[in-house]
Structure formats: C-alpha cells, structure tokens
Design a protein. Structure first.
Length: 254
C-alpha cells in the first residue's frame, strides 16, 4: 500500500514510538489521526507536524467509546481509514509477590486493559472502517500494525503483566490476520527490543548500559524511534508481509 494520501490512526502518539511513527507517516505524505492520553504532548509535538494533515484526540484505548470516536474522526476528517498503528502501552511493573504481598489485581488489570484489550479495541473498530474502503490493485483495504515486545518471550523480574500482554499481542496476530484476510486487511506486529522511549527513560543508566554492553549484539545502543517508524512504513508498503511478528532488537537476547 502506498503511504501517500492514506489516513493512519496512531495510538500512543504523543511520545516515543507513536510520535516517531506519526512524524514519519506525515513526512511520507499520509494524513494522521494521533491519539494519546497526553493532550499537551499531542498539542506540543504532533499538531505542529501539519494542521492540515493531522488531527489529535485524547483517547484511552481501553475505552470503547474513545476508540470509536477516534476512528469516526478519521473517517469524518479525511474520508476513510487505511492504516492503524498501535503504540499505546504502559509498563505497570511489579513482582508477583513483593514483601509478602501479592501484586494488586487492579494493577494487573490496568496493564491488560491498555496493552492487550486496548490493542484489540483499536483493531476491531479500525478494521470495521477499513472494510468500507475500495480495494487497491492488490485487493488491499487496510493494514494493522501492532506493538509486541521482546518481553513477550524474554520477560524480566517484575514484568509478569507487561510480558503477558505483549505475548498476547503476538498471539492475536495470526488469528486476526486470518479473520480479516477475506477483507484484504493485513495484520503485522513488531517486537521492539530496548528503545529510547519514555518507558526506558525510567531505567537506571547503569542498568541500561549493562544491557547494551552485554546483551545487544550490534549495534551497541538503544533503538531509535525512527527505526521503528521505518519498519512500520515498510510493513505498510510491502503487501506480502502479513500474519507475523517481526523482532526489531539488534539481536538482543536476555
């Protein structure tokens, strides 16, 4: 699918991977509906990318009405929706038992709600809008790009909830792709390694450097948001990519 003149919904767009993706898509000629819980970040960072090609909205992806409103905005503002990129996510770190106390269930539920249920919430409403599109020459009507993580299979201490959600995103990729294939909608997930984002900024510098020095094969650095965005663009443009999860981690093995 050509990126120029398509409309993309990007979640988690006010920072990190979502912002980098929004920027790259606008620069490639797309129109973007950028959503996040951080309204100020959307206003300060995303709107300046181009008031004529960008719309922003405060959205909690775990909430049905919020996501429907975002998809409706894309259709109303730009005439349709061809791409959705799920970058919204939270860490919610916590050990299963900490000082003898179990992980609070509300903490677990919130991580599941945002990272996994939120991703599927966007998928279902975005695919509903995409199904109304006229297919292109390849028969494509839409592309869904989701964010998994290397934590899906290499989760660390305190990442039970986060890792479970990212494994869930990877797990839904194939069945959702099968569901939507008759409609000409592709589904691909990206599993990033250690990237320079708001999530990683809370990591102690020594811990991050230790991971880079000992676990990242090459290049010896964190990933850059532009690299995630570049892969997202390639997924959109390469019609033969479907129903898979791609690791983007410089060979990192925990």
């Amino acid at each position: 699918m050509k990126i120029e003149n398509i409309t993309a919904l990007v979640t988690g767009a006010a920072s990190g991977l979502g912002f980098a993706t929004s920027k790259a898509l606008v620069e490639a000629g797309a129109r973007v509906v950028a959503v996040d819980m951080d309204e100020q970040g959307l206003a300060d960072k995303v709107l300046p990318l181009g008031a004529d090609v960008v719309r922003t909205l405060k959205v909690d992806v775990s909430q049905e009405a919020d996501v429907k409103a975002a998809v409706d905005l894309a259709v109303e503002a730009f005439g349709g929706l061809q791409v959705a990129v799920n970058c919204a996510g939270i860490l919610g770190p916590g050990k299963t038992l900490s000082k003898g106390e179990p992980l609070p269930l509300e903490q677990w539920n919130r991580v599941i709600a945002v990272n996994l249920t939120g991703t599927f919430n966007v998928i279902r409403y975005a695919s509903q809008a995409m199904a109304q599109n006229e297919p292109n020459a390849d028969g494509e009507r839409g592309v869904l790009v989701n964010t998994s993580s290397g934590a899906a299979w290499q989760g660390q201490i305190g990442q039970a909830a986060y890792s479970a959600t990212k494994a869930g995103v990877m797990g839904l990729t194939l069945p959702v792709a099968r569901d939507l294939a008759p409609l000409g909608i592709r589904v691909v997930s990206i599993a990033p390694g250690l990237f320079e984002t708001g999530m990683s900024s809370g990591m102690p510098a020594k811990v991050a450097q230790n991971i880079i020095d000992n676990l990242v094969l090459f290049p010896h650095r964190m990933g850059d948001g532009a690299e995630f965005a570049g892969l997202t663009k390639h997924i959109i443009e390469n019609a033969y990519l479907n129903a898979t999860t791609i690791s983007l981690d410089a060979g990192t093995r925990m």
